[in-house]
Design a protein around this ligand. Structure first.
Ligand code: PA5
Length: 441
């Protein structure tokens, strides 16, 4: 079984093999321009061969800092927003226990991983301060530009807390900054205070940065094996570089399928998982797809759901609401541990399931949902991964990066910029009277 599989059998009523293979020449052309760096946004193609160019010296350096964190912190706070935190959160949730932060330290073997700077909520930060009260903690501030307002505010407050608790000498050891190699306010500040810094390459944009220290340091601090993760990413990099043929390149096949569905009026992709460990990975995918494609009045709207949970909320809409969506089921082939339903007194009427595993029931829920939604007019396909290992996750991150780059090119947009994100910032800065942004109210 391959680590990633794509089953699109259920799309066949809507898409023909001829339509799919009809896009092969476009994919070949776009693949060549991606590989040669000739397409739109070519200044931001550093992610393309990042896994194979990641040195073991860099991985060792990241692991060395992670070791310090693991030995000296009960809580590791990662401060960042968008591409500067979603990948790390996705990775930790994908590969660790669903209750990582609540487990006793002995079982966890690593600190709690908490996130800040991804909102401006006073209560959220106040609750975080309360959580770390009396605990040993370290900070990782992550911002490529070094000027993003949300993490900058959270970092100012948390850095002050570190300085007051530990004093400047110890603070130097406990704060890590992941940012641009040379420029930005954060780089300047980190150098001035002597914080250890990790660089985000110039040619890697935020949402494509999960395989740089942006994602790697929090993952390693959480106890993940980042060497294996990078090995997985490398393997998908070499597979997808080697051939653009749709029968060999699943990233491109996925891109083509979603593009054809979009052309047929399916403007929303609902990615639905049946495992809570995939929820934050879908959040990461939403940013990758949404920021890459949603421009020039085009683009698939990426949405996500956790089933069966959301079958009891969104399920009605998916079954019978507006018919402008398609679904991608996101499955893990088998759980790490099997739980069997016991035979007991039959007061609850569940003995018909006695001896069956939860995986067995979850699988039937998935199959039942897939055919019900198809019948209701929601075409769907299934993306499945073998397991929740670091190797698979590395492959998966790269799988999506390739797919969304191709998807953006098929749509005719630059997948590597995000001009629309600036609009709210300008308005907010005017309202905040930020110097250089005019007067607010
Ligand atoms: O994908 C992107 O470029 C953005 O989502 C950024 O990651 C996000 O805005 C955070 O930017 P920065 O890392 O510069 O603070």
């Amino acid at each position: 079984m391959t680590a990633i599989a794509l089953d699109y059998e259920r799309l066949k009523g809507l898409l023909t093999e001829k339509e799919i293979s009809g896009l092969q020449p476009d994919v070949d052309r776009l693949h060549a321009s991606l590989e040669k760096g000739l397409g739109a946004g070519s200044d931001y193609l550093g992610w393309l061969h990042l896994p194979s160019r990641t040195s073991s010296a860099l991985l060792d350096e990241v692991m060395e800092s992670a070791r310090f964190v693991r030995e000296n912190a009960e809580v590791f706070i990662c401060v960042g927003i968008g591409g500067s935190y979603l990948g790390a959160k996705a990775a930790v949730e994908f590969s660790r226990s669903a209750f990582h932060n609540q487990l006793p330290r002995g079982l966890r073997q690593s600190p709690e991983i908490q996130f800040a700077g991804q909102n401006i909520s006073s209560d959220y930060l106040a609750d975080l301060f309360e959580l770390v009260e009396g605990k040993e903690f370290c900070l990782n501030v992550i911002s490529k530009s070094g000027t993003t307002t949300e993490p900058a505010i959270a970092f100012r407050l948390l850095m002050d807390l570190v300085a007051r608790k530990y004093g400047p000498e110890e603070a130097r050891k406990r704060v890590f900054a992941t940012t641009d190699q040379k420029k930005g306010a954060l780089k300047k500040l980190a150098d001035a205070r002597g914080f250890k810094t990790f660089a985000i390459p110039d040619d890697v944009g935020g949402r494509y940065s999960v395989l740089t220290p942006v994602g790697l340091l929090p993952m390693a601090a959480a106890g993940m094996d980042i060497k294996t993760l990078i090995a997985g990413a490398r393997s998908w990099e070499s597979l997808s570089s080697a051939s653009s043929a749709l029968e060999k390149n699943l990233s491109y096949l996925y891109a083509v399928l979603r593009f054809l569905l979009y052309k047929k009026g399916k403007a929303i992709e609902l990615m639905a998982a049946f495992h809570p460990s995939l929820v934050s990975l879908m959040e990461w995918w939403k940013q990758l797809a949404g920021e890459s494609e949603g421009k020039g009045q085009r683009g698939i709207f990426p949405a996500s759901a956790l089933y069966t949970t959301d079958l009891h909320s969104l399920g009605q809409w998916v079954q019978e609401g507006s018919r402008n969506l398609f679904e991608t089921f996101f499955m893990v082939d088998s759980s790490r541990r099997q739980i069997e339903i016991p035979r007991l007194d039959n007061d609850d009427g569940l003995n018909f399931l006695a001896g069956k595993t939860l995986d067995f029931v979850n699988d039937k829920a998935y199959k039942g949902t897939a055919s019900a939604h198809l019948e209701g007019g929601v075409p769907n396909m299934t993306l499945s991964v073998k397991d929740r290992s670091e190797y698979t996750l590395g492959r998966l991150f790269y799988f999506f990066e390739r797919a969304i780059a191709m998807s953006g090119y098929l749509l005719g947009v630059n997948p590597f910029d995000q001009p629309g994100v600036e609009f709210y910032k300008k308005n907010m800065f005017v309202l905040l009277n930020k110097p250089g942004f005019g007067k607010g109210s």
